[in-house]
Design a protein around this ligand. Sequence first.
Ligand SMILES: CCCO[C@@H]1O[C@H](CO)[C@@H](O[C@@H]2O[C@H](CO)[C@H](O)[C@H](OCc3cn(Cc4ccccc4)nn3)[C@H]2O)[C@H](O)[C@H]1NC(C)=O
Length: 135
Amino acid sequence: MECGLVVTHLKLQHGETVEVKGKILSDCKEFVVNLGQDCDNIALHFNPRFDCKGDVNTIVCNSKENGEWGEEQRESDFPFEQDGKVQLSFTFLPGEIKVLLAEGHEISFLNRLGLKTIEYIAVEGDFKIRVLKFP
Ligand SMILES: CCCO[C@@H]1O[C@H](CO)[C@@H](O[C@@H]2O[C@H](CO)[C@H](O)[C@H](OCc3cn(Cc4ccccc4)nn3)[C@H]2O)[C@H](O)[C@H]1NC(C)=O
């Protein structure tokens, strides 16, 4: 499993976008991109699962507030392949975070925490990050 990457003090404003590019490991079970205030206050936990925790080829999204998980949101689109390249963009809006996936797939996740800025991004799991681009 690859180690993670954490960036803090991002000061991502509404309307701004973070891009993540990398490669999914050939034996990937899952990977995670977390966006939020810090590790206990996550506006979007973006968790593609190839085969783990009872999920197969499913994207699980959730929020975490004061260390407590919210209600999971599962997505049926799964434009990922093991050993494949990935390009994701996360656009932070007042009421939601829009995730643009490959093949034009898009996910919208409510800004449940009502964050005014995104300070924290963490990428972990079976994923080799190559590019993290932010404004
Ligand atoms: C039916 C009753 C049990 O429900 C299950 O409860 C599990 C425990 O809460 C749920 O799994 C958790 O779902 C969370 C999102 O709702 C997070 O995904 C939890 O993982 C957090 C996490 C682990 N890691 C380390 C990591 C990441 C990637 C690869 C390897 C390690 N980073 N963040 C993950 O353990 C899991 O999604 C949930 N399944 C369902 C169907 O609800």
